[in-house]
Design a protein around this ligand. Structure first.
Ligand SMILES: Cc1cc2nc3c(=O)[nH]c(=O)nc-3n(C[C@H](O)[C@H](O)[C@H](O)COP(=O)(O)OP(=O)(O)OC[C@H]3O[C@@H](n4cnc5c(N)ncnc54)[C@H](O)[C@@H]3O)c2cc1C
Length: 419
């Protein structure tokens, strides 16, 4: 065991843990970030294959309006960002741009009153913070005045893809918050994949064991197995070492946090499957996602990834992803064949598609029923000096994960100051 006692040990190197580390380090705390897997990033991971395709582990986007990304990282990410076109192509209906309804006059998913209601919604969402409701998104959209056709053809696949729930039974408040961030900027991906985001956050810190007071220390492939109060702080045991710290931030998934604290945290998740296909020709022109409004849909949305981010495919090739909501019992190859059959009925004249790989993400999105905001886990735990971060203390989003990390680090700082 080393004699070093860190001010704060952070368990879990997803966005929440990374931002907790960044915040603590910026406050002058000696910090160690401990991650069980082989890379930092948590749910934001990208893989590159030998041919030169880059695959995110599930289709993810960043909103340029997210306000928790530190300024130094924004600078780096700005150079790598590639934007999607606003709105979407809706199978059988044409294009819809929800921020500029005049461009959507010929879209069969909306009537003229729907377009006016969209304008009203864009203004209304600005006040999302003061909107207290226990309505589902579906109840809200009906009451707000959208037609059943617009809800079925546009909101169902559009929001269904974001919240992984085509019944739109998630919190209306959460929907308005997301709509607000969407409306305030562009929807972006990064030229080297979504993992650029955690990469940019970590870019400032060099591992320098000689300078324990200022260095930001990191461990990979280190699973924390226990956190035990000890004299002056905590013994944090991993599979390979014992780390001592005066305070701890747990930024793992709910079940790992529950294990470490001998406590149960609410952990109901929604799942999704992301299928990747390559083609010689573009699957569609432009940078819009393609939404499937069919009530029996297998594929919720098709995304022409390399139209937006050419660097994700080798020269002369194209890459797209197709998202299935929920879990399936079929094999990856069976699902890929079913997906191609379905997409060939969309009248898009798709080029031949080659199935590349699938990601099955069991714990993709926390269940965010109406009112869940009032029942998220608190940052404080039953162990004084141990704090919680991560989506379970806020909601499932990049911005909220970052925010939760910052808040937990600030709580650790206040604790250490008062000790
Ligand atoms: C498919 C998908 C699509 C999404 N799309 C979007 C989107 O478009 N926009 C958006 O804003 N958000 C999106 N999200 C949500 C967003 O990615 C997450 O809310 C966020 O990344 C969660 O970060 P986190 O740090 O809380 O948790 P995680 O990323 O889960 O990080 C937890 C980390 O803890 C580590 N860990 C667990 N146990 C231990 C242990 N015992 N010791 C050490 N380490 C441990 C894990 O390996 C992991 O790295 C999406 C999520 C998914 C899965």
């Amino acid at each position: 065991m080393s004699d070093v006692v860190y001010d704060v040990a952070i368990v879990g190197g997803g966005l929440a843990g990374i931002n907790a580390g960044v915040t603590a380090w910026e406050e002058g705390l000696s910090t160690i970030l401990i991650e069980s897997s082989d890379e930092f990033g948590g749910k934001l991971r990208s893989d590159r294959d030998d041919e030169g395709f880059t695959y995110d582990r599930g289709f993810q986007v960043n909103f340029s309006s997210y306000d928790e990304i530190p300024v130094y990282a924004q600078g780096l990410l700005g150079d790598l960002a590639e934007s999607y076109s606003p709105g979407a192509k809706i199978v059988g209906c044409g294009e819809l741009n929800q921020w500029d309804p005049l461009k959507s006059l010929f879209c069969k998913a909306v009537s003229l009153p729907d377009l006016l209601t969209l304008l009203k919604l864009n203004l209304f969402a600005k006040k999302w913070q003061s909107f207290q409701t226990r309505q589902t998104a579906h109840e809200f959209l009906v009451e707000f005045g959208f037609s059943p056709n617009c809800i079925a053809k546009f909101f169902t696949p559009f929001l269904g893809g974001i919240f992984l729930d085509r019944s739109l039974s998630f919190s209306a408040r959460q929907f308005l918050k997301t709509w607000f961030f969407l409306s305030q900027g562009s929807t972006v991906t990064f030229s080297e994949g979504i993992q650029c985001l955690p990469g940019a956050l970590l870019s400032e810190f060099a591992l320098d064991p000689s300078n324990i007071e200022t260095a930001f220390h990191k461990r990979l492939n280190s699973r924390v197995t226990s956190i035990v109060p000890s004299e002056g702080g905590f013994d944090v045991s991993t599979n390979s070492e014992l780390i001592r710290a005066r305070s701890v931030v747990i930024a793992t998934d709910p079940s790992a946090a529950g294990h470490l604290l001998s406590q149960q945290f609410k952990a109901d998740y929604k799942s999704s499957i992301c299928l990747y296909f390559s083609s010689d020709k573009q699957i569609t022109s432009g940078r819009s996602i393609v939404l499937n409004p069919t009530s029996t849909a297998l594929i919720n949305q098709l995304v022409p990834l390399s139209n937006v981010n050419p660097a994700c495919a080798p020269k002369g090739k194209n890459l797209c992803s197709a998202t299935i909501i929920g879990e399936r019992t079929e094999s990856d190859e069976e699902l890929a064949a079913m997906a191609i059959n379905e997409m060939n009925t969309w009248g898009m004249n798709l080029p031949p598609l080659e199935f590349k790989r699938a990601y099955r993400i069991k714990e993709a999105q926390l269940l965010q029923d109406p009112g869940f905001e009032d029942n998220v886990s608190s940052i404080e735990t039953h162990l004084s000096g141990v704090f919680l971060a991560g989506e379970m203390t806020t909601s499932s989003s990049i911005n909220d994960a970052l925010k939760s990390g910052r808040l937990a680090a600030e709580a650790a700082l206040a604790y250490l100051k008062n000790k």
